[in-house]
Design a protein around this ligand. Structure first.
Ligand code: NAD
Length: 378
C-alpha cells in the first residue's frame, strides 16, 4: 500500500497533511509513504526530514500519485492533481464540497473514494480525528495574537509612573472552538472580554472562561440544541443587530468566528457598526473564508477603514500558524487511518455502518454515498 502526501496548491495554504513524526507511524502500519517535494516547506518541515523519517521524496504530483492507494491532503486537490489520483484510491482531506455542486459527482466518476474530514460527526470517539476543532482552536489563538499586534495600545491595564494604560475591551462573536480559545487567550493577555453566541450552551462556557455573555436569548435560540448553529430568522437577526450595535461600539477589538456549517457566514457586524468604532480599533474576521461576519471585511486582506479601524480579513487562519496546525492536522489524519486500518490486510477498512465512516465518506466505489450529496439532493 502506498500513501501519497501532496504539496498543497491552493492560495494561502501553508499546511501539510503529514509530518516526519506521522510518516514514521504510517510506515509502522505497513505503508510505503511518498511525499511530494517541498510539501512541508511552508510549515518548516524539509524534504530531508521527511526522507530521514523514511518517506520517498517524489519530485512532482505525477510521481507522488503514481500507484497511490491512499492520498493525504489538507484541502481538496486542484483538478489537475485529482486527474492524477488512481481509480480506487482513498483521498483524505478537507473536501470543501458544499460550495461546488459538480465536485462530488466528478470525484465519484473518477473512482476516488473521498473522506471529507470536515464532515466528521462531533462525537467523543471522533474527537482525536476532529480537524475542524484542531484547526479552529489554533485559529482562535492566532486571531487574538494578531489583533494584539495590530492594536496600538496593549491588552492589560498598565499602571506606571508615567500614567495608566487602560485595559483593552475585546468582544468575541461566536463561542465555538475558535471563539472559546480566543476568549481564553485574550483573558491571559489581560483584556476585558465579552462574547456572544446563538447556542444557549455557549453562555455557560463563555462565563466559565471569565468573560461576560452578551446575547439575545429568545425562543429561537432555545431551539439551538445541536453542535452546529442553524441559520437564524430575520426577526432574530434584527434583535441581534440592535444589541451588536451598542456592543461593538464599546469595544476596542472584535474577533468574529460565527459560522453555519455548509452556508455563507452570517453578517453580524455592519458597516455602520464599524463606523461607530474608535480609531485604532481592530476587527479580526476568522469567518472570511466563508464570506466574513463583518460587512467591511475584504476577504484575504488587511484593510484600514476611513475612520481608522483595522480589519484583518485574511483567509485560512490556521495556515497562519502553520507548524502547529500541520502537526495537529497530520495527527488527526493519522488517527483516522489507524482507526480504520485492517492490521492483517495492511489496508484501510471502512465499515459502511460505522457512524464516523457514514459521516465522512462522500464517494465510494464510483458512487456518491453521502446523504447530503446524493443526486436527488442536488
Ligand atoms: P462553528 O465553527 O460551526 O461556529 C462557530 C460558532 O459560531 C458556533 O458556536 C455557533 O453557534 C456560532 N454562531 C453561528 N451563527 C451565529 C450567529 N448568527 N450569531 C452568533 N454566533 C453564531 O462551531 P464549532 O467551533 O465547530 O463548534 C460548534 C460546537 O460543537 C461547540 O459547542 C463545540 O464545543 C462543539 N464541539 C463538540 C465536539 C465533540 O463533542 N466531539 C467536538 C468539536 C466541537
Amino acid at each position: 500500500m502506498r500513501l501519497a502526501v501532496l504539496k498543497e496548491r491552493r492560495a494561502a495554504e501553508t499546511r501539510v497533511a503529514a509530518t516526519p513524526d506521522t510518516v514514521k507511524k504510517l510506515i509502522a502500519l505497513g505503508l510505503t509513504v511518498a511525499v511530494e517535494a517541498g510539501a512541508g516547506a511552508s510549515a518548516s518541515m524539509s524534504d530531508a526530514e521527511f526522507a530521514a523519517a523514511g518517506a520517498e521524496i517524489a519530485p512532482d504530483a505525477k510521481a507522488v500519485l503514481a500507484g497511490a492507494n491512499v492520498v493525504f491532503a489538507v484541502q481538496m486537490p486542484e483538478a489537475e492533481q485529482r486527474a492524477l489520483i488512481p481509480r480506487g484510491a482513498l483521498l483524505v482531506c478537507v473536501a470543501g464540497a458544499f460550495g461546488d455542486k459538480d465536485l462530488v459527482p466528478s470525484l465519484a466518476a473518477a473512482g476516488i473514494d473521498v473522506a471529507a474530514m470536515e464532515l466528521l460527526p462531533r462525537i467523543t470517539r471522533a474527537q482525536s480525528m476532529d480537524v475542524l476543532s484542531s484547526q479552529a482552536n489554533l485559529a482562535g489563538y492566532r486571531a487574538v495574537v494578531e489583533s494584539a499586534t495590530a492594536f496600538q495600545r496593549g491588552f492589560p491595564m498598565m499602571m506606571t509612573a508615567a500614567g495608566t494604560v487602560p485595559p483593552a475591551r475585546l468582544f468575541v462573536i461566536g463561542a465555538g472552538v475558535a471563539g472559546l480559545q480566543a476568549i481564553a487567550t485574550a483573558r491571559r493577555l489581560g483584556a476585558i472580554v465579552s462574547a456572544t453566541d446563538v447556542r444557549p450552551a455557549a453562555k455557560e462556557e463563555i462565563k466559565s472562561l471569565g468573560a461576560s455573555f452578551v446575547g439575545v436569548e429568545d425562543e429561537e435560540t432555545a431551539k439551538q440544541t445541536g453542535a452546529y448553529a442553524r441559520e437564524m430568522t430575520d426577526a432574530f437577526r434584527q434583535k441581534q443587530a440592535e444589541l451588536m450595535a451598542t456592543t461593538v461600539a464599546k469595544n476596542d477589538i472584535v474577533i468574529c468566528t460565527a459560522l453555519v456549517m455548509g452556508r455563507k457566514a452570517p453578517v453580524i457586524v455592519t458597516k455602520a457598526m464599524v463606523e461607530s468604532m474608535k480609531a485604532g480599533s481592530v476587527i479580526v474576521d476568522l469567518a472570511s473564508d466563508a464570506g466574513g461576519n463583518c460587512e467591511s471585511t475584504v476577504p484575504g486582506q488587511c484593510i484600514t477603514t476611513p475612520n481608522g479601524v483595522t480589519i484583518l480579513g485574511f483567509n485560512n487562519w490556521p495556515g497562519r500558524i502553520s507548524v502547529a496546525s500541520s502537526s495537529l492536522y497530520a495527527r488527526n489524519l493519522l488517527t483516522f487511518l489507524t482507526t480504520f486500518w485492517d492490521k492483517e490486510q495492511k489496508a484501510p477498512k471502512l465499515p459502511e455502518t460505522d457512524d464516523i465512516v457514514k459521516g465522512v465518506m462522500l464517494t465510494r466505489g464510483g458512487s456518491v454515498v453521502h446523504p447530503n450529496f446524493l443526486p436527488s439532493q442536488a
